[in-house]
Structure formats: structure tokens, C-alpha cells
Write a protein that binds this ligand. Structure first.
Ligand code: PLP
Length: 348
């Protein structure tokens, strides 16, 4: 791989931070309607939640415009990325993805016995789709595309990706992780889900952790062909991991469109604020289509994180293509101000 991440503490270590900008969480969520639903249904926690989960699946299927059999639920999309990896790679094979990419599915694929074929992003930080296609061989079991990508925040052009997925999925299944797609403010218009009704062998992962602000409540899903989901679900049960209150919270959250709109607006304002301040301080950045921004720093990741943490600001640090980078999540505007002040102190 061409990148590595510095982790001075375990990612979720209980450090008290004034600004927690290290995990791409929603600073204002969950929606008040989701919280009310959690509280209301906690009392039903003695029962398994299958019936309610099916109701949520119907609601999601209607929202996505697919059949309920095309939906697989999990406690967050991580769970589904990992289950997909376990089932797809139990007899080995290789996985193709961008480098850098979000590593959850890839790491489990490797642990299960797969080989990772990393393909560098292009100069404009979009996926090198031609390079990825050229890397396919008879052992390739899956192509993983995170769009927009994490940790870069960059996006691959919609029509190019649609064409790639449509064509290449005839040879190898394509898994598209759309965790951050909604931050574009164009809803699902740029999603790959439309390929499902065309019968294409694609899988699309989505999560309630980001725009819906439910990272700690754990709900995510995959949209795929029913035959593919049957294979995964014949060995694993994603739905078993979701709690009853979380199922109700997810349904309530889907109804609270004002909340997601508010999230998207705040995220955009914070991005503009960070761009403006990075420019003022003479830093470059990768234009972001997500709820986080990466920019190059002239300091090694480890001391940088230690210094930022000492200022009470949690961010992430990566080495990508031989350079050091900071990844900062969009929080509240107050948090972004703390971040800018800390950055000025640490880097300037
Ligand atoms: N996919 C991407 C690209 C992510 O960045 C994340 C979390 O940061 C996830 C999936 C997993 O999120 P969750 O398991 O909370 O749905």
C-alpha cells in the first residue's frame, strides 16, 4: 500500500477532547425524533426485533426504489462490509480497491485469506477506474469502491463510475460504499442503486451513522441482488445485531428530513470555513465531497496528533504517497474554530 495511518491511541480511546473531529461523526445528531423513538421503545427490549426490522427494511426498500429482498441490514455498515469480506473470500482470491481507501472490508478480506490489489488514485484524487479494470484477473472476487472516498474525501465522476459498475460487474461483483454520498446535497441522485433494478451484480452500502447522526446507535444496510444477499445471509445474520430501539430510531430518522437537511447545511458551512482558513494559513487541501477534509502537513503524523490532542482537538493523521496529511471531520462551527486555533499554534 501507498499509505499508512498513525494511531497514537486506539481510535476510540476515551481522551477528553474539546473538539472531537477524528471519526467523521455528526456533531448535532441523532435527530430529536430518533431520540424520542429510542426512549419510547426501550421498554420493548426484552423481545428480538425481527418484525420491526422487516418494517424498516420495507421502508428502506421503498426509499431506495428496490424490492425488500434486495436489502440486508446490519448494526452499522462496518458489520456488512466485514460479513461480505468473510463470505466472499472464504476460498481466497483477490480484492481490488483504491489506495488509499476505507480499510474495513479490505482488512477482513486479507485476514480471511485474500490478497489486496491496491490501485493508486489519479492525480485529481478520483478512482483510476481503467487501472482497476486492468487489474482484474481470474482470482478477483470483488472490487471495492468507496465513493466519495475515505480518507481523501474525493469523488469519482458519476457517469464514469456508473458506466464502470455497469460494465465491469458483468465480470466481477462491484461493492460501492456510499457512506458519505448524501453530503453532496443531491440526495441519492448520484447513487449506484439504480443498477440493482437493471439486474447488475453490484452491492451498495449505506449507513445511518453519518447524515442521520446515529454512529453510536448502529444501523446500516446493503442494497444488492437477492441471490447475493442469500449467499451472505446463509452464513451470517446482520439483522441480529440491531437493537429494537435503534430500529425505531432509524425509522423516525428517515421521517425527519429537516434534520438531515440541517446536517448538510452545517457541514457545508464548516467546510467553507475550513477551506478559507487553510488558504489563509497557506495550506492546500483536497476538495471534499464528504464531512471531512484532508490537507498536507509539514510534520510527522505522530507528533502532530500528540500536539493537537494536547490542545484538546482530535483529528487523524495519514501518510499518503510519501507525504503527511491531516484529516479533520466537520463538527460544530465552535469546534472548527478550536481546530483552526490549535492548528495555527501547532503548525505555524
Ligand atoms: N464506510 C466508510 C467509508 C466509513 O467512513 C465508515 C465509517 O467511518 C463506515 C463505512 C462504517 O460506518 P458504520 O459502521 O458506522 O456504518
Amino acid at each position: 500500500p501507498f499509505f499508512k495511518e498513525y494511531l497514537p491511541h486506539a481510535p476510540q480511546a476515551p481522551v477528553e477532547l474539546l473538539a472531537k473531529l477524528n471519526a467523521n461523526e455528526n456533531p448535532i445528531g441523532p435527530s430529536p425524533m430518533a431520540i424520542a423513538a429510542m426512549q419510547k421503545y426501550a421498554v420493548g427490549g426484552n423481545r428480538y426485533a425481527w418484525k420491526e426490522l422487516y418494517a424498516l427494511m420495507d421502508k428502506i426498500a421503498a426509499y431506495e426504489g428496490v424490492k425488500p429482498e434486495s436489502i440486508m441490514m446490519g448494526p452499522g455498515s462496518s458489520d456488512l462490509l466485514e460479513k461480505t469480506a468473510m463470505v466472499f473470500f472464504k476460498e481466497g482470491g483477490n480484492i481490488i480497491s483504491a489506495d488509499p481507501a476505507y480499510m474495513s472490508l479490505i482488512k477482513v478480506a486479507e485476514a480471511t485469506g485474500a490478497t489486496w490489489k491496491p490501485i493508486k488514485l489519479k492525480d485529481d484524487w478520483s478512482h483510476d477506474l481503467a487501472g482497476m479494470e486492468a487489474a482484474i484477473d481470474s482470482d478477483t472476487k470483488l472490487i471495492y469502491i468507496c465513493n466519495p472516498n475515505n480518507p481523501t474525501g474525493s469523488i469519482t465522476e458519476h457517469n464514469e463510475l456508473l458506466d464502470f459498475c455497469s460494465r465491469v460487474s458483468e465480470k466481477v461483483p462491484v461493492f460501492i460504499d456510499e457512506a458519505y454520498l448524501g453530503f453532496l446535497g443531491e440526495g441519492l441522485k448520484k447513487s449506484m442503486v439504480s443498477l440493482i433494478n437493471e439486474g447488475k451484480n453490484v452491492m451498495i452500502a449505506r449507513t445511518f451513522s453519518k447524515i442521520q447522526g446515529m454512529a453510536g446507535l448502529r444501523v446500516g444496510y446493503v442494497v444488492a441482488q437477492p441471490e447475493t444477499l442469500e449467499i451472505i445471509q446463509s452464513v451470517t445474520r446482520g439483522g441480529m445485531g440491531i437493537t429494537l430501539p435503534s430500529v425505531h430510531a432509524a425509522m423516525a430518522s428517515m421521517d425527519d428530513t429537516a434534520f438531515s437537511e440541517k446536517t448538510i447545511i452545517l457541514n457545508k458551512e464548516c467546510r467553507e470555513y475550513v477551506y478559507k482558513n487553510l488558504k489563509r494559513m497557506g495550506y492546500d487541501y483536497v476538495p471534499s465531497s464528504t464531512s471531512f477534509i484532508i490537507f498536507p502537513i509539514e510534520m510527522d503524523g505522530k507528533p502532530f496528533l500528540e500536539k493537537m490532542t494536547a490542545e484538546g482537538v482530535g483529528v487523524r493523521a495519514f501518510e499518503i504517497y510519501g507525504k503527511n496529511w491531516c484529516r479533520v471531520s466537520m463538527g460544530t462551527m465552535d469546534e472548527m474554530k478550536l481546530f483552526t486555533a490549535a492548528l495555527e499554534k501547532v503548525l505555524v
